[in-house]
Design a protein around this ligand. Sequence first.
Ligand code: KIV
Length: 271
Amino acid sequence: MSVHKEFKRITTHALQAMKARGERISMLTAYDYSMAKILDAGGVDVLLVGDSASNVMAGHETTLPITLDQMIYHASSVVRAVERALVVVDLPFGNYQGSSRKALASTVRIMKESGAHAVKMEGGKEIQESIERVLSAGVPVMGHLGLTPQSIYKFGTYTVRAKGEVEAERLIKDAKLLQKIGCFAIVLEKIPAELGKQVSEMLDIPTIGIGGGQHTDGQVLVTHDMLGITKDFHPRFLRRYANLFDTIKEAVEQYSTDVKNRDFPSKKEQY
Ligand code: KIV
């Protein structure tokens, strides 16, 4: 399958150009070197070192426990693998809410220690100061509105956000604000498709949807979900492109059987 590869290296400006000419942006999460190498070779435009690593890599129920040091470890592994994709790193919970100084200090550590290209923060007006301080240091910021998993205990559930008029109006206001202060893109998570369309048409910067409908300028999925490595997560927005859980399990079963039957290693597989 061929993918569009006009850009040798994806920059925030390349994403802007893609939106301007109506080319959709593909984004996936990545947390380690080997997978990032495959995803980059597959031509995905943006790799997000998401704090969803807390769920899929570490097995936590929420994204809250992951630390800055752990995010830097994941991010530096991804950066070492990538030749083309833009690498964006989530600022973990507690590193920007309430302190713009901490937001900048954490961002500086991410940029220096991992070599990533941009950071992402969840929220609108309430984190404006943190976003502005990071931007003023010359670091590109991706916004994230709608379902923001770091606030899960405030929401109480992972259901669709901004279905009502008041919340939708607030999201629209926040999206305009994020564009105005200089974010280069915004993730829209789990919102009605009509709202995703309205926000995407209203903004000049790209929107990247996850459960945000067909009209956002790009799409993002958690790689472990779209490859079927995770099994017990079935939101409507998720399309599975492989069933790697079963593929890997079958390979492991075969290996185990071969070892027990003294079939592996064979004479040809030894020195
Ligand atoms: O952490 C993550 O994987 C994310 C995506 C779901 C957008 O923020």
